[in-house]
Write a new protein. Structure first.
Length: 162
């Protein structure tokens, strides 16, 4: 029988969960504060209640949207200033705005790449988790009376899990 998580049994489990969800401190700092190891905290993340994990994901999405909104605002400002500089004949200022726009394009690319990596990691975590096993079992069970559909879904699931 697997051992029970030591952090799940602690009286300050709620504080530990809140610290993990907030992400304000590094695991190393949290480990010192809660007198444990970063590896133990990392393993304990899997035991966070789903509601807390959902709140954490929503908070991350809100922060990402805010960042994207800020970058979009900077891009709008740079375009406006470039147009004003060109209209005023200030080519140095226009070139500076173009450089800023080029930096923003690079930033957009970086944000999109991180977003893609995060989505892939979340997909992998879901496909490796208990929730996915339950969904897969329910799908297969429901399709047993329909062999052709079962075969098609099974092939699609195998591709998805690869």
């Amino acid at each position: 029988m697997p051992s029970v998580c030591t952090l799940c049994r602690r009286p300050d489990k709620g504080d530990i969960n809140a610290a993990l969800v907030s992400g304000a401190d590094s695991l190393r700092l949290m480990a010192v504060r809660f007198d444990t190891s970063p590896a133990t905290l990392r393993r304990h993340r899997e035991h966070l209640p789903r509601e807390l994990a959902t709140v954490s994901a929503e908070r991350a999405e809100t922060q990402a949207n805010t960042l994207l909104d800020k970058v979009a605002g900077l891009e709008t400002d740079a375009h406006r200033l470039r147009a004003a500089a060109e209209q005023g004949g200030d080519l140095r200022a226009a070139i500076a705005c173009i450089r800023v726009l080029a930096d923003l394009v690079a930033l957009w690319q970086k944000v999109r790449e991180e977003e893609r990596e995060t989505n892939e990691a979340l997909s992998r975590r879901f496909l490796d988790g208990e929730d996915w096993r339950a969904v897969r079992a329910a799908l297969v069970g429901a399709l047993v009376p329909y062999p052709e559909a079962l075969e098609a879904v099974a092939e699609a699931l195998v591709k998805l899990e690869e």
